[in-house]
Ligand binder design. Structure first.
Ligand code: FES
Length: 113
C-alpha cells in the first residue's frame, strides 16, 4: 500500500529542497511540484514510466505535453542522460478530445465543416 503523499514524494532528506521548489508546479494537471519530482528521482525512479506510475505525472488532460520536457530536464540533472531517456508508453487517445466529439463520432476539426 502506498503511503501518504509526503511519504511518497519525500526525498528522505538527501537533497535540500527550498520552499521555492515546493511552490514550482511541474505537472499542473496532477499538481506535482519540482520538489515532488526531485524527491522521486532521488528515491530511484529514473524513467518517465516509473515516475508516471508512482505519481500519475503525465497522465492529466494534456497527456504530459506540458510536464514531460520539464521532467526530462530534471532526470538529466539527476544523472540520466537525455539520449538514454525514452518518451515512455503513450496510450491513445494521443490527443485530448471532447466527449461531444466522441458522441458525434466526428473529429474535432471536422465538426464545423
Ligand atoms: S502537466 Fe502533466 S499531465 Fe498535464
Amino acid at each position: 500500500m502506498l503511503g501518504t503523499r509526503s511519504e511518497i514524494f519525500s526525498s528522505g532528506g538527501k537533497q535540500k529542497m527550498t520552499s521555492l521548489d515546493q511552490q514550482i508546479i511541474i505537472c499542473r494537471c496532477e499538481d506535482l511540484t519540482l520538489s515532488d519530482v526531485r524527491g522521486l528521482i532521488e528515491k530511484g525512479y529514473r524513467t518517465l514510466d516509473e515516475l508516471r506510475r508512482i505519481s500519475r505525472l503525465g497522465m492529466g488532460p494534456c497527456q504530459g505535453r506540458t510536464c514531460r520536457p520539464l521532467v526530462q530536464r530534471e532526470l538529466q540533472a539527476g544523472g540520466v542522460p537525455m539520449k538514454s531517456q525514452s518518451i515512455g508508453v503513450i496510450r491513445p487517445p494521443a490527443m485530448p478530445i471532447t466527449l461531444g466529439a466522441i458522441a458525434d463520432g466526428s473529429e474535432e476539426g471536422q465538426k464545423d465543416a
